[in-house]
Design a protein around this ligand. Structure first.
Ligand code: CMP
Length: 461
């Protein structure tokens, strides 16, 4: 008589049976049903057959019932069949609502992390399908776990993508993320597993952490909505200038650039890439944001059809600054230069100090023996001591020695949290120096540097 109450009741009954109790007929019924379920349409039929024996039905008649709580261990992956659930995070409240056809709960499974949110039933008679962790890993992980995209209030806050780790292992790379979410992700994901996210260094070095959560959110929103102006180049070095929010994705930039440049190529056949001054190319993925602000020194954004990428060549200004600058470094007196260089040390700005020493120890400069010979031997010695601190051997032992001999606060060279230090005393032409530094034009191409160096002091034969 269950059958009389309609196919749904029948199906629910068999879906409640444990795997072992399901008969061949039961499995057939479930399989037939899975074939028609939209949210599973991207799975192969053989996967659906496998799922038929393990997928479970879970009914939540009343709103407010808890599917699982934030912080718990992840045991299953879920699909909403009908009704809806709220995603609730401590201290934030409801960040998203999921409806029929949407899934949840894979983050904890793939990251081996605690549940990132609680899931609370929102509507009467919400029906879920559930797949246990082991079955998820066996049947679905390869397909389902390619991308994890989390939204808060309709906006993406974290996008993870699967990539190949060493020894055919699999790891997840953050493709896009808000700073607040990055902190949570880092705390949640298992840093001790040895697979530290490559974004970690950049993140720690470039983001001040604020205790004031509310203002942080606003600042971030303001930053991401800020419009910036940047150029996108074609293979023939023609370019267009775009004005887009920092939050624009690589895909949006691609489409705008193609339109302005009159490229008659479908967006999916185009690639947006950074070309570094040494000719190295890094392709952007469509979902990446903050593209123009992520460029390396002298890097430029190019757009090209997929099969023309190898034809991209650096533009002249990437190799050496062409436009004039307001203030020429050579106009600054040697004394003043020396003052600014030593002030890094005085203010415990090891990062700044290292940048200067690394610049001077570049082959193009260090080989200028005639020039170095002009230095008084006392200064040479002093400089050699400084240079010894950038020696990376024995796990940066020299560096660690310097750090431990300094009182905090200091600005570390390594990715450690930045601390605020006092402003330096005002030099005469501070504003000019600041202006110079702000639009610093630098040569970072080693080939160019070496040939300039050889012009100064030709190679001895
Ligand atoms: P998991 O951490 O396993 O458990 C909570 C789930 O909620 C999480 O996986 C995601 O699948 C889902 N979810 C949806 N949106 C969010 C969000 N903004 N933050 C965290 N989890 C979310």
């Amino acid at each position: 008589d269950l059958a009389d109450r309609g196919p749904d009741a029948w199906l629910r009954m068999v879906l409640r049976k444990s795997s072992n109790d399901r008969t061949a007929d039961d499995l057939e019924i479930i399989y037939e049903e899975l074939l028609h379920m939209k949210p599973l349409s991207h799975l192969s039929n053989s996967m659906k057959r496998e799922l038929a024996s393990v997928i479970m039905f879970e009914a939540h008649p009343r709103p407010g019932s808890v599917v699982f709580e934030q912080g718990e261990e992840g045991r299953s992956w879920y699909l909403v069949l009908c009704g809806s659930v709220d995603v609730v995070i401590h201290g934030k409240g409801v960040v998203a609502t999921l409806h029929a056809g949407e899934d949840f709960g894979k983050l904890a499974l793939i990251n081996e992390a605690p549940r990132a949110a609680s899931i609370i039933v929102r509507e009467d008679n919400t029906h879920l399908l559930r797949v246990g962790k082991d079955d998820f890993n066996r049947i679905l992980r390869d397909v389902e776990a390619n991308t994890v995209r989390l939204k808060e209030h309709g906006k993406d806050v974290l996008i993870l993508e699967k990539s190949q780790g060493p020894h055919s292992s699999v790891k997840y790379v953050v493709m896009a993320c808000t700073p607040a979410r990055m902190v949570e992700h880092l705390l949640d994901s298992r840093l001790d597993s040895g697979s530290i996210d490559p974004a970690l260094d950049d993140f720690l070095l470039t983001h001040e952490l604020s205790n004031d959560a509310s203002s942080e959110g606003w600042e971030e929103a303001a930053l991401m909505h800020r419009l910036i102006i940047f150029r996108v180049y074609c293979a023939d070095h023609t370019y267009c200038t775009l004005r887009l929010p920092v939050s624009a994705t690589a895909e949006q930039i691609k489409v705008c650039a193609a339109d302005k440049l009159g490229l008659r190529v479908r967006p999916e056949d185009l690639i947006l890439a950074e070309l570094k001054s040494n000719g190295e190319r890094v392709n952007f993925r469509d979902v990446e944001v903050s593209v123009p602000t992520s460029l390396s020194l002298n890097g430029r954004i190019f757009v090209a059809p997929k099969d023309h990428l190898d034809a991209l060549t650096v533009i002249a200004e990437q190799e050496a600054p062409t436009e004039g600058v307001e203030l020429d470094l050579e106009d600054v007196s040697a004394k003043e230069m020396a003052y600014h260089m030593t002030i890094c040390k005085q203010y415990h700005n090891i990062n700044g100090m290292f940048a200067l020493v690394l610049g001077l120890s570049n082959m193009a400069v260090s080989r200028l023996s005639l020039t170095w010979d002009k230095l008084p031997s006392k200064s040479r010695k002093l400089y050699m001591q400084l240079e010894a601190t950038i020696d990376p051997s024995k796990n940066h032992r020299a560096y660690r020695g310097v750090v431990s001999s300094m009182d905090s606060p200091l600005v570390p060279f390594m990715p450690l949290l930045l601390k605020v230090i006092e402003d330096p005393p005002t030099p005469k032409n501070e504003s000019e120096v600041r202006a110079y530094v702000r639009c610093l034009r630098t040569i970072d191409n080693q080939r160019t540097l070496t040939s300039l160096s050889q012009k100064l002091e030709p190679r001895r034969s």
